[in-house]
Design a protein around this ligand. Structure first.
Ligand SMILES: [Zn+2]
Ligand SMILES: [Zn+2]
Length: 315
């Protein structure tokens, strides 16, 4: 082989091999199928006034490959950036805020690599949507975070005085001011910690029954962040939701048992991939037992499209 040939081979080794390995982390690699959940199905007594309402505040323009391993680079997916209003006579809860009024300013504080591959559209912040719908903020008891990443907390300053419920682990994570967190930009947020005083629930080791009627039950699901949670909501008609935050970005994470790729985990700043996998397998096992369970990943627009909208909800 002449010098040119050796040179080309070296370039191929240095450039192509890492690139091929990098692409392989996006290829399909389903997790082993767990046994269906076999434990008890707890009963709930949801008050008849309860409802869930989608509050989609904007989208992140992504591709399916960013959502789950095996997803195509050529299939465009608009990831929802959303909150969910859970109406309950003892006090409504807003699960995450989605994008807030100051998103453009806040966004400039995120890592430059992340900004370079992130293109969003802010539609209307949750606080403005609620005001436009004639919603009385006095009914809003608290904001319940699935976790504290930027796209879930951006709207917190738009709700002055409303307590923000977090686990002790997530509160500590907020204090550490990670690169994907906006909370460090906010003053005067009233964080209130809650614990998991309840026993195991649908395969998760502990639980917090918010109003004691089984209608809104929070379980720990650490991995994506140290204090990530899943919120189960049961409506009077028996409909059961699981708001899983960023356990998966897209529903295929559950239906195809596909995790995020290595690269996306780095970008999305998963703190504990093994912990996230353990909780993902719990959800997959539960979905096999309860096929009617509606799983709502925070960034899956299809899940929010199925939910009632503010315009349809009684205020
Ligand atoms: Zn996140
Ligand atoms: Zn997120």
């Amino acid at each position: 082989m002449n010098h040119k040939g050796i040179y080309l081979l070296a370039v191929a080794a240095v450039v192509l091999v890492p690139f091929t390995l990098f692409l392989r982390t996006f290829s399909a690699s389903p997790l082993p199928n767990p046994k269906p959940y076999e434990g008890p199905i707890p009963s709930a007594a949801p008050p008849k006034e309860m409802a869930v309402v989608a509050v989609v505040t904007g989208v992140n323009h992504r591709v399916a490959a960013f959502g789950y391993r095996g997803g195509s680079f050529f299939e465009r997916r608009d990831f929802s950036m959303a909150g969910t209003l859970v109406k309950h006579p003892q006090g409504d809860l807003l699960i995450d805020t989605g994008f807030g009024r100051n998103l453009d300013q806040q966004f400039r504080t995120l890592p430059v690599m992340f900004r370079a591959i992130t293109f969003y559209s802010l539609w209307q912040p949750a606080a403005d949507q609620l005001a436009a719908a004639g919603y009385d903020l006095k009914s809003l008891h608290a904001i319940l975070l699935t976790h504290s990443h930027w796209d879930h907390v951006s709207g917190l300053p738009d709700f002055p005085g409303i307590p923000v419920w977090v686990t002790a682990q997530e509160h500590e994570f907020i204090r550490q001011s990670g690169p994907m967190d906006f909370c460090k930009l906010f003053s005067d947020i009233r964080y209130e910690e809650y614990g998991f005083e309840g026993g195991s629930y649908l395969g998760f080791p502990a639980s917090h029954d918010v109003y004691g009627d089984g209608s809104i039950v929070v379980v720990p699901a650490p991995g994506h962040t140290p204090g990530s949670v899943i919120i189960f909501v049961t409506l009077p008609n028996g409909t059961r939701y699981a708001f899983v935050g960023d356990l998966v970005y897209q529903l295929e994470g559950i239906t195809l048992r596909e995790e995020r790729s290595w690269f996306v985990r780095r970008m999305g700043a998963d703190v504990d991939a093994a912990g996230n996998r353990e909780n993902l397998l719990r959800m997959i096992a539960l979905k096999q037992r309860l096929p009617e369970l509606i799983i709502v990943p925070a960034h899956d627009m299809r899940a929010f499209a199925e939910m009632p909208k503010l315009s349809q909800a009684k205020q």
